[in-house]
Design a protein around this ligand. Structure first.
Ligand SMILES: C[S@@+](CC[C@H](N)C(=O)[O-])C[C@H]1O[C@@H](n2cnc3c(N)ncnc32)[C@H](O)[C@@H]1O
Length: 299
């Protein structure tokens, strides 16, 4: 292989593989690819000055080779970078956690309005729980949004995910009121918190049926994101939510609220199921494309 500069290599890599790259990374341009390479290089302590002028020697030891190989495999850019933007911050992510999605920001916005309304009526510190916290993007964004201190709790069944959430809380601590707290708990849904009471419970649980829905999941998501974060077994789906709704209902204070993200094809069935658990109202909220994507249940 003739030696060439990193700039020339990047340009020929992009033009050769453009069609394949655009399928996996919609909107990727040569400019953006170079920006990604530059920030990746900085992260790996590769000298970024005149980066693209230097000769590029592909080898197993060269971190940039790892970068190009990852793109060839269709690996999500967020995992390559180790960072993803959500709401108003940048969160650390790894393949142990779902890459937070922009539609989940609707859940944060809705929860923020509710909490602020509640805070107008009381001086007490509100208690909030996030079930299946992953990177911690939802609960940390809520902690950032609310000026008054919150006592918050977040669960996940994955210990690796909780390590990422802990790291994000540590990194973003300075953006959160000092008296607010976050306890991270490894448990199934909220099993170890059944004795506790909350004003608000939020959740973006796994909600894709492993068999019925899988064919609609983007190949990149199915291949690289944690299945624990995505799928539930078809036969266990409604039992899983039944137990969740029961625990949530028992743990909410009077007038407490539960907000959950879900699958557009199954949320109406879940709404009917949730109504059995002593809520005053259970309704659905749409996303920006007018699809039912969130369930909101009020005690
Ligand atoms: C769809 S992801 C959501 C992650 C994050 N809250 C977000 O919105 O980006 C679901 C999360 O639930 C966790 N999870 C899966 N099964 C669980 C269970 N039985 N109990 C608690 N957490 C669970 C997964 O590990 C994953 O982090």
């Amino acid at each position: 292989m003739a030696l060439m500069s990193l700039g020339s290599f990047t340009e020929s890599f992009f033009s050769e593989k453009q069609e394949q790259l655009l399928k996996t990374y919609p909107g990727l341009s040569i400019r953006r690819l170079k920006d990604e390479i530059e920030s990746f290089a900085l992260q790996k302590h590769v000298d970024a000055d005149e980066l693209f002028e230097h000769q590029y020697i592909p080898s197993g030891e060269n971190p940039l080779t790892h970068f190009f190989n990852s793109l060839n495999r269709g690996y999500p850019l967020e995992y390559i970078r180790g960072r993803a933007y959500f709401y108003k911050s940048e969160f650390h992510v790894s393949p142990s956690v779902l890459i937070p999605r922009s539609e989940t920001e609707i859940l944060v916005e809705t929860a923020t309005i509710l909490l602020n309304d509640w805070l107008k009526k009381t001086d007490e510190s509100l208690r909030v729980l996030d079930i299946g916290t992953g990177s911690g993007a939802i609960i940390i964004s809520l902690l950032q949004e609310i000026d008054r201190p919150l006592s918050s709790y977040a669960t996940d069944i994955s210990k690796e995910a909780l390590k990422i959430a802990r790291r994000n809380f540590f990194n973003l601590r300075f953006t959160i009121p000092r008296e607010s707290s976050l306890d991270l708990i490894c448990t199934d849904r909220m099993k170890d918190l059944r004795e506790e009471k909350f004003h608000l419970i939020v959740s973006n649980p796994p909600y894709i049926k492993e068999d019925e829905d899988r064919k609609f999941v983007h190949n990149q998501v199915d291949t690289f994101e944690p299945h624990l974060a995505l799928y539930l077994k078809d036969g266990e789906y409604y039992d899983w939510f039944e137990e969740l709704f029961q625990d949530v209902s028992n743990s909410l204070y009077e007038e407490g609220v539960f907000i959950m993200e879900g699958h557009e094809d199954h949320l109406e069935d879940l709404r009917i199921q949730c109504e059995k658990f002593n809520f005053k109202t259970v309704s659905l909220i749409k996303d920006y494309t007018q699809r039912d994507r969130f369930l909101i249940a009020k005690k």
